[in-house]
Design a protein around this ligand. Structure first.
Ligand SMILES: Cc1cc2nc3c(=O)[nH]c(=O)nc-3n(C[C@H](O)[C@H](O)[C@H](O)COP(=O)(O)OP(=O)(O)OC[C@H]3O[C@@H](n4cnc5c(N)ncnc54)[C@H](O)[C@@H]3O)c2cc1C
Length: 312
């Protein structure tokens, strides 16, 4: 049974896994479908549109229901123990296929193969099979939802940087860029087997960096700093200086800094950087402190924090 609530300004839907495909050692591509997705819609390009998945608790299998959901659903859900209600995590819509009640979402989910700690998201992705059920929270056509942070001025020179968790967002952005877009993309993935073929405009260079067991983010940091021509040593970021919820965009600042509230113009570079929070913090210091990047031209986003489970 697919249950959704048309009373809500977003899509809250119980959907089914339609297909699962392993893209490489690290990525699992999951396609989700259900009649409720007929109401999905975003005004304009989806860019890096994020959604929420509600995943079962890995130990108890506890899962949520959307039955009878109204505007109190989230508060009621959060009040319940995680073992009963499952966990909410953030993902990117990698693709939307079909139309009407045949609409499906594609989500590329990272398996945490490098550390000892796995979470409900990667646990679920590793076992996902057609017929499994999951709850999604996503934009409903005709209602504001937010969740898009890629906001360059048209024609701006682009710098897109991410680790494996941002690969789905960056690849989706690349596929939607106009043919005359220009810029450079750096993507760090665990192994060379994770490199993906992706459509890109001729003026956008895409550089894939495979970690192959090296320290997370070091190759990415060095490549970006070299690209920007910043001399000198790597910036050290102490663990207690890292905000796991780092989110600095022209429209929001997790550190409470004054925000521009608008996107900068076409002159100069627009930087969109997402990944592990400590790595993103290090890059942010270079761009903001040494290069004086304008707040209206940057989006620095901690997509995950090593050793810290994301909050539901
Ligand atoms: C806007 C946005 C979009 C995102 N899009 C995607 C996406 O499309 N695909 C995707 O896979 N992720 C995406 N993420 C990242 C994802 O939400 C996090 O990686 C999340 O922590 C995964 O939840 P989990 O339950 O697997 O792990 P959690 O329960 O949050 O964490 C458990 C443990 O796993 C570790 N961990 C978390 N993520 C990773 C990782 N990638 N590699 C190694 N260890 C990890 C944590 O440090 C912690 O120790 C996105 C995040 C944001 C904010």
């Amino acid at each position: 049974m697919t249950v959704t609530s048309s009373a809500l300004p977003m899509l809250l839907a119980d959907v089914e896994v339609v297909s699962v495909r392993r893209l490489g050692p690290t990525f699992v591509r999951v396609e989700l479908g259900g009649p409720a997705l007929a109401d999905f819609g975003v005004d304009g390009p989806r860019w890096d549109q994020r959604i929420k998945l509600v995943l079962p608790d890995p130990v108890t299998g506890g899962m949520t229901s959307t039955e009878g959901a109204d505007e109190t659903w989230l508060a009621t859900w959060l009040d319940r123990p995680a073992a009963e209600r499952g966990h909410m995590r953030t993902y990117t819509i990698r693709d939307v296929r079909g139309s009407g009640e045949q609409t499906t979402f594609v989500v590329d989910m990272v398996l945490h193969l490098e550390g000892d700690l796995v979470g409900p998201g990667s646990t679920w992705a590793a076992q996902a099979a057609p017929g499994d059920r999951i709850v999604v929270l996503a934009p409903r056509r005709g209602f504001p939802y937010g969740g898009i942070e890629f906001t360059p001025a048209p024609g701006a020179d682009l710098l897109l940087v991410g680790d494996e968790t941002a690969v789905p967002a960056v690849c989706t952005v690349l596929e939607q860029l106009p043919d005359d877009a220009r810029g450079t993309v750096f993507l760090e993935v665990p192994t060379a087997g994770d490199v993906q073929e992706v459509r890109r405009p001729a003026g956008v260079d895409v550089v894939w960096l495979a970690r192959e067991g090296e320290e997370l983010g070091v190759g990415l940091h060095d490549a970006v700093v070299a690209h920007l021509g910043i001399p000198g040593a790597r910036v050290e970021v102490a663990p207690d200086e890292v905000d796991p919820d780092l989110w600095e965009t022209p429209y929001y600042s997790s550190s409470g800094e004054e925000v521009a509230g608008k996107t900068g113009g076409t002159e100069g570079t627009y930087a969109w950087i997402a990944g592990e929070s400590k790595v993103v913090t290090g890059l942010r210091r270079h761009l903001v402190k040494e290069l004086g990047f304008d707040r209206s031209r940057v989006a620095f986003m901690g997509y995950w924090r090593r050793g810290v489970a994301m909050r539901s």
